[in-house]
Design a binder for this molecule. Structure first.
Ligand code: ZN
Length: 503
């Protein structure tokens, strides 16, 4: 069971954009940036007071997942918060959140970052007892040399579990930096300790922690043994001053959260932690540093561009250097990369193989690229008509309760506000399109899940393998289809879906 993907039936969670942690529902003068595309802005700008723009998240609680599966899902645009696995609906959401990653070699070493490193080095090896000449010129070498020679600073990687010391620092940070006074040990655990990964990944082995805690001394080509969630605690003069919360994945390090002591604000600990993480990636022979989401029109999040990064085209499942699509995503816009002569007749096929995920987009200098998001997902885009046609067939031929959707259901009227979790819309960029789902039915591929996918109905407390997809009640069929659309067919082969009769 160790590679089982145990998940509650996924749903769409909407709340007014005022609750969006990035734009708070207000983009000031730039209200049209609440919309993903020009055509939607034109259609609704005059009605902004009547419609509700939401913060739209699609996801679910995961009870168990292996780290390799999470790596794959990260490269499909997912993130986790505790046990909640989610992605944002980039069409309906108030902000465009792009998965962003970088590699140490691409880091743009600005004057500011150079200063941050040299101040750090001076602070931790300033006791004159250190005789090392610190000869390294690059930031990785500087950080490594300084840490190996410091008598005042060290860090410790440890399992992502609760301690009073960590919690005290968390509260100090939340209150002083985020003016958040509603903290409890329980909320700390839920947010930064709970994970869907098995005990093996959480606890690791003594050998794996020893290696990780000596990352500065790892040899080129040496394989890092630890994968899973970690807390890295920073100590200065034996006082805990910062904690990075990360997931170590087979393909790199995914940054989850960073906590620092406001008394040490002069250290620029946020920048320093990113530089240290990049140094760790290089020395541990990992590949990528996942910085979470990039939001071009959010001042709090767009500093990430300065790390020389690439962003995920969620429809192609491939990464593109940010500088190539910078103009396409300005003003809060959605992008899907296409060639100048691309003609789109429906949503793009989602590449559903582990090998294709997370690759780089092959950029050919002689080809002209454009943003084809409008042609697919705009008001006159091809996606909606195609999805409606497929929805009818899925319902009539296979009894899966899909309904046609009106274009005007993209945004709802303010008075119809309903924050309870809802169904997943027919058209969502980055989800398997309905025509592809129909193809899975027509080709009979759906039967590959039989005997492999398991269903757990919570009312009856019974777990059973899927035996015959076509004989399942409509709501179960729909739930399985939602799972395929979100996570891909391969992941569903090892899924256990927890669901309720009442959904
Ligand atoms: Zn927002």
């Amino acid at each position: 069971m160790s590679d089982r993907f145990v998940i509650w039936a996924p749903s769409m969670h909407s709340e007014p954009a005022a609750k969006c942690g990035y734009c708070h529902g207000s983009k000031g003068e730039n209200r049209d940036q609440l919309f993903a595309l020009d055509s939607w802005a034109q259609r609704y700008m005059g009605k902004l007071d009547a419609i509700e723009i939401d913060n739209c998240t699609i996801g679910s609680f995961v009870e168990h997942m292996d780290v390799a599966t999470y790596d794959r899902l990260c490269n499909m645009g997912f993130r986790r918060s505790g046990k909640f696995l989610y992605k944002v609906d980039p069409l309906r959401n108030c902000c465009r959140l792009y998965t962003i990653r970088t590699v140490p070699q691409e880091l743009n070493m600005t004057k500011e970052l150079r200063k941050c490193v040299s101040r750090f080095v001076t602070r931790i090896v300033n006791d004159n007892s250190c005789t090392s000449p610190l000869p390294s010129r690059d930031f990785v070498g500087k950080i490594v040399d300084a840490e190996l020679n410091s008598k005042t600073f060290h860090t410790r990687f440890e399992p992502a579990i609760y301690s009073d010391e960590k919690y005290q620092l968390f509260v100090k940070y939340q209150e002083n930096v985020h003016q958040d006074y509603k903290n409890s040990p329980k909320s700390f655990k839920r947010f930064l300790c709970d994970t869907p990964f098995g005990l093996e990944a959480v606890l690791g082995t003594q050998e794996s922690w020893d290696q990780l805690n000596n990352w500065q001394r790892m040899e080129p080509g040496e394989k890092l043994k630890h994968v899973g969630p970690v807390h890295e605690c920073y100590y200065y003069e034996d006082k805990l001053i910062a904690i990075t919360v990360s997931d170590i994945l087979p393909s790199g390090i995914s940054s989850v959260y960073f906590i620092w002591d406001p008394d040490y604000s002069k250290w620029s600990l946020g920048k320093l932690s990113a530089l240290r993480d990049l140094a760790i990636i290089q020395k541990t022979n990992l590949q990528y540093y996942y910085l979470g989401y990039y939001i071009q029109d959010c001042p709090k999040m767009n500093y990430k561009a300065s790390y020389g990064a690439e962003v995920l085209d969620v429809c192609h499942g491939k990464y593109i250097p940010l500088k190539i699509i910078e103009n396409m995503i300005s003003r809060g816009r959605l992008f899907v990369l296409g060639e100048e002569e691309t003609n789109v007749s429906r949503e793009l096929q989602i590449i559903d193989s582990a090998a294709g995920k997370g690759a780089r987009f092959f950029i050919d200098n002689s080809t002209k690229y454009k943003n084809i998001a409008e042609e697919i997902y705009g008001v006159n885009g091809r996606a909606f008509e195609s999805a409606n046609g497929s929805a009818l067939q899925l319902k009539e031929l296979y009894g899966i309760p899909y309904e046609e959707e009106d274009l005007d259901t993209i945004y709802h009227l303010k008075e119809q506000n309903d924050s309870s979790p809802g169904g997943i819309p027919n058209v969502v960029p980055g989800l398997l399109p309905l025509w592809e789902l129909l193809h899975i039915m027509e080709s009979g591929k759906i039967t590959d899940l039989e005997g492999r996918l398991f269903l757990f109905e919570i009312e009856t407390d019974g777990i059973r393998p899927l035996m015959n997809f076509y004989n399942e009640p409509p709501h179960v069929k729909k739930c399985i289809c939602d799972l395929i659309r979100l996570f891909g067919f391969e992941t569903c082969m090892k899924a256990v879906i927890l669901y309720s009769e009442q959904m």
